[in-house]
Each structure stands twice: as structure tokens, then as C-alpha cells.
Design a protein around this ligand. Structure first.
Ligand SMILES: [Zn+2]
Length: 80
């Protein structure tokens, strides 16, 4: 019988022949960790990157609430 490198439990030699150095329980735990890491990476990849006005919400306002007004507020012209 082969010995698990993690918990020192005996496990099937056929598993060692497949290239696994851990018992079925430890291998399962390791696999779950890999799955969780991959899922996390995928979700990070899929999350939209925060940019523009979301990083600087104050930029949405011509004048920040509670601050002194700018010398010349922007005038909006029709057709601009
Ligand atoms: Zn083990």
C-alpha cells in the first residue's frame, strides 16, 4: 500500500500509479481548494472594472456639496 504524504494514511497503489501522492480524502480536499481558487479567479475576471465616474463620484457634480463654488460654473449651451 502507498502512504499519503499529507496524513500518512495508507491508500491504494493504483492511485499512486496515477500520479497521486495523497489519499483519496486529502486529494479531494486539495481538489476543492483548487476549484475554489479557480472559481474565485473566474469571478474576478468577470467582474467589471470600476472606472471613470465610479472612482470619482464627486466629478459628477459641478460643485461639490458643502464646498465653495467654482469661480465660473460651466454654462450649458443648447446644441453644444
Ligand atoms: Zn491523506
Amino acid at each position: 500500500m502507498a502512504i499519503c504524504v499529507n496524513c500518512e494514511e495508507e491508500y491504494n497503489d493504483k492511485r499512486l500509479a496515477l500520479g497521486y501522492s495523497t489519499c483519496l480524502d486529502c486529494g479531494e480536499a486539495e481538489a476543492q481548494g483548487i476549484i475554489a481558487a479557480r472559481t474565485h479567479a473566474k469571478l474576478c475576471e468577470m467582474t467589471p472594472y470600476v472606472s471613470g465616474s465610479l472612482t470619482q463620484p464627486d466629478a459628477l457634480f459641478e460643485v461639490r456639496p458643502g464646498s465653495i463654488a467654482r469661480s465660473k460654473p460651466k454654462e450649458f449651451v443648447v446644441g453644444e
